[in-house]
Design a protein around this ligand. Structure first.
Ligand SMILES: Nc1ncnc2c1ncn2[C@@H]1O[C@H](COP(=O)(O)OP(=O)(O)O)[C@@H](O)[C@H]1O
Ligand SMILES: [Mg+2]
Length: 222
């Protein structure tokens, strides 16, 4: 479903050019959970931002279900991301002035999928255990609850690929573990492919495959 070949990305900082991804390859089959394990600064978030279409690579291909993500226009990338790729960040990235339900309904409204956003949004917030928090704003929710809202928002479009960037990274251990259990159970139930970016070896082991991001390239550890 996803085949990344020879992906390169560098940034300029002042007069320095930093090569972050130096010809990265990755193959992901449908329904597979894959961990990308790497130390801080190794380029994990850079990789996810390219996959999510938030940033564009210098060169290389990212073939997702027959479409090269690197060749799409900004508008096409936004549409494809909205329909087929869900994203969860370490810092939740919820919209502060929207309620939990409004945050979750937003992708459905933007893409006008035909489903009733409120019905679908309520259902998925129930699935993540937040039926009693529909009208709360992010500022009124705990870290774990905020991440559950973000999970619901990422999964409400029933994406084929879920990208998660250290989703338990800013939560305490127990809350983080519960959030990860929820992510795994949701992707398993729906057959969603998962790329989980983490620096946590133990967490990486809960995925079907472990890839190590080192010196700008990925190697398969399992
Ligand atoms: N927008 C940017 N501009 C300049 N440098 C960046 C940018 N984004 C990331 N980098 C650099 O790329 C490297 C990898 O960053 P990142 O992908 O965030 O690593 P990780 O998520 O593995 O901690 C770091 O050295 C970082 O400073
Ligand atoms: Mg990062």
């Amino acid at each position: 479903m996803l085949k990344i070949e020879n992906l390169k990305k560098s940034f300029t900082q002042g007069d320095r050019n930093i090569e972050v991804l130096k010809g990265l390859n990755l193959n992901l089959d449908p329904g597979v959970t894959a961990a990308v394990l790497g130390t801080s600064g190794s380029g994990k978030s850079t990789l996810l931002s390219l996959l999510a279409g938030i940033d564009i690579p210098d060169s290389g291909t990212m073939n997702f279900q027959g479409t090269d993500l690197a060749k799409l226009s900004e508008q096409e990338r936004t549409k494809l991301r909205g329909e087929k790729i869900g994203i969860i960040f370490q810092q939740f990235h919820l919209i502060p002035h929207l309620s939990a339900l409004e945050n979750v309904c937003l992708p459905l409204e933007i893409l006008a999928s035909g489903d009733d956003p409120i019905v679908k949004g309520k259902k998925i917030l129930e699935d993540v255990g937040l039926a009693h928090r529909l009208d709360h704003f992010p500022g009124q929710l705990s870290g774990g609850e905020k991440q559950r809202v973000a999970i619901a928002r990422a999964m409400v479009m029933e994406p084929e690929l879920l990208l998660a960037d250290e989703p338990s990274g800013s939560l305490d251990e127990e809350t983080g573990e519960n959030v990860m259990k929820l992510i795994f159970s949701m992707v398993e139930q729906r057959g969603t492919s998962l790329i989980l970016v983490t620096h946590d070896e133990r967490l990486a082991k809960t995925c079907d495959r472990i890839h190590r991001l080192q010196n700008g390239a990925l190697s398969l550890a399992l």
